[in-house]
Design a protein around this ligand. Structure first.
Ligand SMILES: [Zn+2]
Ligand SMILES: [Zn+2]
Length: 269
C-alpha cells in the first residue's frame, strides 16, 4: 500500500485459532505483524458473544495495533444468548478505553428463523443503547434485513458513528444509509464477479463515508477466494475500492485511516 490502510472488522480469535481453540498471544502477534508488514497497521477485533468480546477487549488492551468491538451477534441473540446478564457484561466491557464500538449487532434473517426475530430485535435495541451510553460507535451486521435494520435505527435514533459492516445492499439502500450519516464498510465481496450492485453502492458514497474490512476468516477477496481470509489480504479490497470510486490509491488509504480514527478514535494516544 502506498500509505497505511486498515481492517475495520476481523475475528482474529477464529482466523488464527480456528473454531476449536483460542490462539496464543504469539500467534496473534505474528498475524497482526503480517498485516502491518503489508501496510495494514490498524485492526478492529470484533466479538460475537461474551467470551469473544472479553477476548477482544483483552487483546485491544495489550496491543497498540488493535481496537475492540464487543457484542452478542444477532444469530446468538436470536438463539437466546442476549440475557440480561450477558448484556450487562457487554455494557461493562464497552466502558474499557480501547473498546471503541458495540458490535457486531443488528439483524440476520438469513441464518436466524422467524422464531428468533423478536429476541434479535430486542438485543439490537439494547446494543444501540449501550453504544450511545458509552459514546462509542455502533457496528451493524445486516443480513437480508435492510429495511428492518433502518426501521429499528430510525426508531431508536442512530449513534453519532454507525458502521454497516460487510455492506451488502445496492445503491438505493446505500443512499438511505449515507443520508443518515452512516459509514459503509466493504469486505472482499466487493471483488466478487457477481457483485456489480456492491460496486454501484460504493461508487455513490462520499469517500469519507467508506471503510474496508476482511471479516476474516470469512469472505476472502479475489484472487484468494476459497482460502481462509486474513487482514493481510485487505489490500485487494482497498485496490478494488480505489478503482470503483475513481480515487487515487494513496489518497484513499489516507482517507480510510482518517475515517476509521473519526469513527473509532485514535489507535495510539
Ligand atoms: Zn457480520
Ligand atoms: Zn464479523
Amino acid at each position: 500500500m502506498p500509505a497505511p490502510a486498515l481492517d475495520s472488522h476481523t475475528h482474529l480469535d477464529i482466523a488464527v485459532g480456528g473454531e476449536d481453540r483460542l490462539p496464543t498471544d504469539a500467534e496473534v502477534d505474528a498475524e497482526v505483524a503480517a498485516a502491518a508488514a503489508v501496510g495494514i497497521p490498524r485492526l478492529v477485533q470484533v466479538g460475537v458473544d461474551v467470551a469473544s468480546s472479553r477476548w477482544s477487549a483483552a487483546l485491544a488492551a495489550r496491543h497498540p495495533s488493535v481496537l475492540a468491538a464487543v457484542a452478542l451477534h444477532p444469530n446468538e441473540a436470536g438463539a437466546g444468548a442476549a440475557t440480561p446478564e450477558a448484556l450487562a457484561e457487554i455494557d461493562r466491557l464497552a466502558a474499557q478505553p480501547r473498546v471503541r464500538a458495540v458490535g457486531e449487532t443488528g439483524l440476520d434473517r438469513f441464518r436466524t428463523g422467524s422464531e428468533g426475530w423478536a429476541a434479535q430485535e430486542e438485543s439490537f435495541r439494547a446494543h444501540i443503547g449501550i453504544a450511545k451510553r458509552h459514546g462509542i460507535a455502533l457496528v451493524i451486521h445486516d443480513r437480508d434485513a435492510h429495511a428492518e435494520v433502518l426501521r429499528v435505527l430510525d426508531d431508536e435514533g442512530l449513534p453519532e458513528h454507525t458502521v454497516f459492516h460487510c455492506f451488502s445492499g445496492d445503491a438505493a439502500f446505500a443512499r438511505q444509509c449515507l443520508d443518515r450519516g452512516a459509514v459503509l464498510s466493504f469486505a472482499g465481496t466487493l471483488t466478487f464477479g457477481n457483485a456489480g450492485y456492491l460496486r454501484e453502492a460504493a461508487a455513490i458514497a462520499p469517500v469519507d463515508q467508506l471503510l474496508v474490512e476482511t471479516d476474516s476468516p470469512f469472505l476472502t477477496p479475489v484472487p484468494h477466494r476459497g482460502r481462509p481470509n486474513a487482514s493481510r489480504l485487505v489490500p485487494h479490497t482497498v485496490r478494488a475500492l480505489a478503482e470503483v470510486t475513481g480515487t487515487d490509491l494513496e489518497q484513499l488509504c489516507t482517507t480510510l485511516t482518517a475515517t476509521a480514527e473519526r469513527v473509532f478514535g485514535p489507535w495510539q494516544y
